[in-house]
Design a protein around this ligand. Structure first.
Ligand code: ATP
Ligand code: MG
Length: 404
């Protein structure tokens, strides 16, 4: 059952275009994904990823979280990745969470993180290595600007919700698309996970269970709608509808017979801006690969996963596959996922999986944290048994605390 007294948790992805919620429930057989729902975000309430109109968002959240399918109050939400978010991975001697918090406050420069009142810092112990005095903990440290963290927590609390944790968006996607997919974990090659939303595209490179980096590019679905609107001289609503009819594979094959159709013209209008975006994605992949040691050829990016609503654009995976000569797939958690997914939820299917992948990763934070806390406890117990009398204090268990 949930660490926080509840037996369910809701992953809440508050995006510029829509709010997505995925509910996981603790059952006797373990955690299960039970439902998902989505509502449009009122226009203007999120600007540049920041909450700009809490008044309008509160009733929308209240209504979403009282719908029967995703009813609940314990939520995990996320803040946007920005250049001010720092993620550091480091190996430290085993210490208590309180001791590590003190060290982070006293020596932020040692960890290359931002410090001061304007930043919130948190950490997670990924694993423990070695025994006794030599024991070390593999730790991920995150620091994020406090303003978006505080305004997100304030919004959730005003909506009557209980935020049990805040995450950063790329970690949530990595959780649903890599960490909770046992087949992905042993992979030696890296994977680029793209979150193609409404206003920003995030590229995150991961390698097996290891997060490498994220880069945020300030262009996504709304930009494509705008180029279609300009090319077709139509309204934004018409351009948005037309965008769902485009098929980028027409640009790869002979599209004779279609060229006069509005869908084809919209596809042609999208091409140059899409190519610019893909150039940025390619640069990020090349940057990562340039940092690999020469002998580490296995570490090259072997696949690209597409998440976010813009990943649903017709033919995008095929178009990118041709451009990158890499395996490119729409993100899908419905196959090979570590937790069972209730049959019959219309949103939890491959067609809409890219839209819900981030919310699912947030919902899975609590179950995953519980699993790693249990594993760390068992590991510590085994290590202590192996070396009686050598224990130097308690290991820091993975935390599931709010980032505030
Ligand atoms: N079938 C489709 N074809 C093309 N674009 C689509 C389709 N379905 C949704 N989109 C686009 O996906 C975008 C919304 O995606 P998503 O819900 O991931 O964004 P968001 O999380 O609300 O925004 P952000 O993360 O940028 O704040 C919109 O721009 C929408 O036009
Ligand atoms: Mg989003």
């Amino acid at each position: 059952m949930g660490l926080f007294g509840g037996d369910s948790v809701i992953g809440l992805d508050i995006g510029t275009s829509s709010i997505k919620a995925v509910k996981m429930q603790a059952t006797k057989g373990g955690w299960e994904v039970v439902a998902a729902a989505r509502v449009p975000t009122p226009a203007g309430t999120l600007i540049d990823g920041q909450i700009a109109d809490e008044e309008q968002l509160v009733p929308v959240l209240r209504q979403l979280l009282t719908r029967s399918a995703v009813r609940g109050s314990e939520v995990v939400a996320a803040v946007n990745y920005t250049a001010q978010v720092a993620v550091r991975r480091t190996t430290l001697p085993v210490m208590t969470p309180t001791a590590l918090r003190k060290q982070l406050r006293a020596n932020p420069e040692q960890f290359q993180i931002n410090s001061g009142k304007e930043f919130a810092t948190d950490f997670e112990v990924v694993s423990l290595q070695g025994e006794g005095e030599a024991a070390q903990m593999d730790t991920v440290i995150v620091s994020a600007p406090r303003t978006p963290v505080d305004s997100c927590l304030h919004l959730l609390e005003r909506a009557g919700l209980d935020p049990i944790a805040l995450d950063i968006e790329p970690f949530a996607l990595m959780r649903s698309l890599v960490e909770c997919k046992p087949a992905m974990l042993p992979m030696r090659s890296a994977t680029a996970v793209l979150d193609l939303g409404a206003v920003h595209t995030d590229i995150t490179v991961v390698r097996g269970p290891n997060y490498i980096f994220t880069r945020a590019i300030p262009f996504a679905g709304e930009g494509f709608t705008e180029v279609v609107r300009q090319a077709m001289q139509c309204s934004t609503a018409e351009a948005e509808a037309l965008k769902t009819q485009v098929d980028l594979t027409w640009l790869l094959h002979d599209a004779e017979g279609r060229k006069e159709t509005p869908e084809y013209q919209a596809t042609v209008a999208i091409k140059p801006v899409l190519d610019d975006l893909l150039k940025e994605v390619r640069n990020s992949i090349l940057f990562y690969q340039s940092q690999l040691p020469d002998e580490d050829l296995e570490g090259m990016v072997g696949a690209i996963l597409l998440a976010g609503g813009t990943a649903l654009m017709g033919g995008l995976a095929e178009y990118m596959q041709a451009a990158f000569a890499l395996e490119v797939e729409r993100a899908d958690f419905t196959q090979g996922f570590a937790y069972s997914i209730a049959a019959g939820a219309p949103e939890l299917v491959p067609d809409t999986a890219p839209l819900f992948a981030l919310a699912l990763g947030l919902a899975a934070k609590e179950p995953q944290d519980q699993a790693s806390a249990a594993a760390a406890k068992a590991q510590l117990k085994a290590a202590t048994k192996a070396r009686p009398g050598k224990r130097r204090g308690q290991a820091a268990a993975p935390t599931a605390t709010p980032t505030a």
